[in-house]
Design a protein around this ligand. Structure first.
Ligand code: ZN
Length: 290
């Protein structure tokens, strides 16, 4: 090519270069669209701009106690966003106290503490215990707390078939809640936090929300130890965050330390500007199915 020919072609070459640069500029847009398509294909829901990008457990892992790895809880929360919750998805200073494994002999004293402090909480009761102590469950319901389903008798769900999962555990409990309390809880908490994806899907398709936690006080572990109530108090104050779901127990063992910790925690957290709500209020869903 002669110099003259090259010079005459220069404007065209530059035009081509400009077009190439433009194409590179806009390339980011199609890539972004592609990423969301891939996310949809693998069924991870997109995160709305006004929501927390991830949900996390803030307390540390207790090794050697057959606990679910925290990463597993966090991965499931991402895969089943809107169905499976470790915490509220926004950043308001609202938090939810949750109590598992009751009703038990400690439920009445816990209800007194909550009433004195004008706080509503969420109780994940076992169907088996509601059947034997319906009056305690009725007292909790009457006081305005949310009643939720924590299975019939606390098995490891991963050892159950889908039929057993429903007929022997959550469905069986639902019948007891219906008969004893006249309600169909819409919130479920898997015992030990163990549930596989297939079971999450099955319960989701029946209309349930799965509620885990972002703060595990491990009150079942520290119970009866010297200074247990103080320890629980400190654990929560050190890890509290907007829209936390706090896990404690009112059943399944000695729970006086948990009740005492709650009586100390509520005034302090209120002083810090936190408002106590039930889990259904926190995540904006209904507490009971029709
Ligand atoms: Zn439990």
């Amino acid at each position: 090519m002669s110099i003259r020919k090259l010079l005459s072609a220069l404007p065209l070459l530059l035009l081509g270069l400009h077009a190439a640069v433009q194409a590179a500029d806009t390339a980011s847009a199609p890539v972004a669209v592609k990423a969301s398509t891939v996310a949809a294909a693998s069924s991870v829901p997109a995160v709305p701009a006004d929501e927390k990008p991830t949900q996390k457990v803030r307390t540390s892992f207790l090794d050697g106690w057959d606990q679910v790895p925290l990463q597993r809880l966090e991965d499931q929360a991402a895969r089943y966003r809107g169905t499976y919750f470790l915490e509220g998805l926004h950043n308001s200073k609202r938090i939810a106290l949750t109590f598992d494994d009751g009703p038990s002999a400690y439920t009445a004293s816990l209800l007194k503490v909550l009433e004195k402090n004008q706080v509503k909480a969420t109780f994940f009761f076992l169907g088996e215990h509601v059947n034997t102590s319906p009056e305690l469950a009725q007292a909790a319901l009457k006081a305005g707390h949310t009643i939720a389903n924590h299975s019939y008798n606390h098995p490891y769900l991963n050892k159950l078939s889908n039929t057993q999962l429903w007929d022997e555990q959550f469905g069986r409990s639902q019948q007891i809640f219906q008969a004893r309390l006249g309600i169909k809880p819409a919130l479920i908490r898997p015992p030990y936090g163990v549930i596989n994806d297939e079971q999450v899907t099955l319960l989701r398709d029946k209309g349930y929300k799965l509620i885990l936690w972002s703060i595990d006080t491990q009150d079942w572990y520290v119970a009866r130890k010297l200074g247990a109530a103080d320890g629980l108090y400190k654990t929560v104050l050190n890890t509290v965050h907007p829209e936390a779901i706090i896990l404690m127990h009112d059943g399944g063992g000695y729970r006086a330390d948990s009740v005492e910790a709650v009586s100390m925690l509520i005034p302090e957290l209120k002083k810090q500007g936190y408002e106590f709500v039930t889990v259904d209020q926190l995540i904006g869903t209904k507490p009971y199915l029709d």
